[in-house]
Ligand binder design. Structure first.
Ligand code: ZN
Length: 338
């Protein structure tokens, strides 16, 4: 009997977080987890950045069902029968193909008509880009130019369990792709509920302006940095590192459940030492043990870089924009940006 109570509490917390992000804390009530009766449409999604877009654009007129519980790692999501029914019943199934196999499958089987797949809206990067790190040899690979070459260089490097398929789904770390997605979502919401079309359009414009501001902060914040190496656990940051000319170095074990081998840890330790890297990034939803080991051997610090797959206690903010800015702070400190 404990599970439903825990789950209800968790959902309540999620609602509270969203409400806090919108500055409407007063609206939080005990039954906030239930979709508001007056919602004109329901939308189901499985990952936080999509939930944020839906809330920002739809406001009170959309009931957003988040399939991933707060604090849970979204990749390995498994759906209950009730959740599959929620996918089936929602007016819009808003997802990014390749992120969560369980969601892909539920949408295919239950919601083909109502699906809004980000992979159909934006051009996702090839998945090999997500694994474009160098863990075994050739520490000094050319990172000053030719990012485009990385896909070829690492095309055969697919020994990771964290297999998203052909495309890297972590698009939300690119604010321009978020903007394209916001516009497509507003349009779809307007088709489902024409009475709200103007409101959704306004919501999309507000979101777009906010995303543009974030993009400008990143452009100027990362324009002039002493270092370019971003050492992370889960190589979720390709959209960010490629956009701003940084180099993502994954500590392998990109699947949170996979422990990197001693050889992989040693290889990363060498890179950190050779390049005077000051910071090893870890993620809120992943154990920090490997990062701690490397830090202990190199004198580097361990800091959080949030892939925004969920909002947690350790996230450097409580919503998409604040976490993006928190990440920018962490990056500009680690990379010694001006
Ligand atoms: Zn991921």
């Amino acid at each position: 009997m404990r599970t439903p109570i825990v789950r209800a509490a968790a959902l309540g917390a999620a609602t509270l977080m969203i409400a806090a992000g919108c500055g409407t804390d007063e609206e939080v009530t005990d039954d906030a987890a239930a979709p508001p009766a007056e919602a004109a449409l329901t939308l189901v999604t499985g990952v936080y950045p999509l939930e944020w877009l839906a809330q920002e654009i739809g406001g009170d007129s959309v009931a957003v069902v988040q399939l991933t519980e707060p604090g849970a790692e979204p990749h390995d999501l498994e759906l209950t029968g009730r959740q599959i029914a929620e996918v089936s019943e929602a007016d819009i199934a808003f997802y990014v193909e390749g992120l969560q196999p369980a969601v892909d499958e539920a949408v295919d089987q239950e919601a083909a008509e109502t699906a809004l797949n980000v992979a159909d809206i934006v051009e996702l990067r090839p998945a090999t880009g997500a694994h474009g790190h160098d863990e075994d040899d050739d520490h000094g690979h050319d990172h000053d130019h030719g990012h485009e070459d990385e896909d070829d260089e690492h095309a055969e490097e697919d020994g990771h369990d964290h297999d998203h398929g052909d495309y890297d789904p972590h698009f939300w770390l690119d604010v321009e792709l978020m903007t394209e997605t916001a516009e497509a979502l507003a349009e779809r919401m307007g088709e489902v509920n024409p009475d709200g079309a103007d409101q959704y359009q306004e919501g999309a414009e507000r979101v777009t302006a906010e995303l543009a501001t974030l993009g400008e902060a990143y452009e100027s914040g990362l324009a002039s940095c002493e270092h370019r190496e971003v050492v992370v656990g889960h190589t979720a940051f390709t959209y960010l590192t490629e956009q701003y000319g940084l180099e993502q170095i994954g500590v392998s074990g990109v699947d949170p459940d996979t422990e990197p081998s001693p050889a992989q840890i040693a290889a990363i330790t060498d890179i950190v030492n050779e390049r005077d890297i000051t910071t090893i990034f870890t993620e809120p939803l992943m154990p920090a043990a490997t990062a701690d080991t490397i830090a202990a051997e190199t004198g580097a610090q361990v800091e959080v870089l949030d892939p925004l797959e969920g909002v947690t206690d350790q996230s450097p903010g409580d919503d998409y924009p604040s976490i993006m800015l928190g990440n920018l702070d962490a990056l500009s400190t680690a990379l010694a940006c001006e």
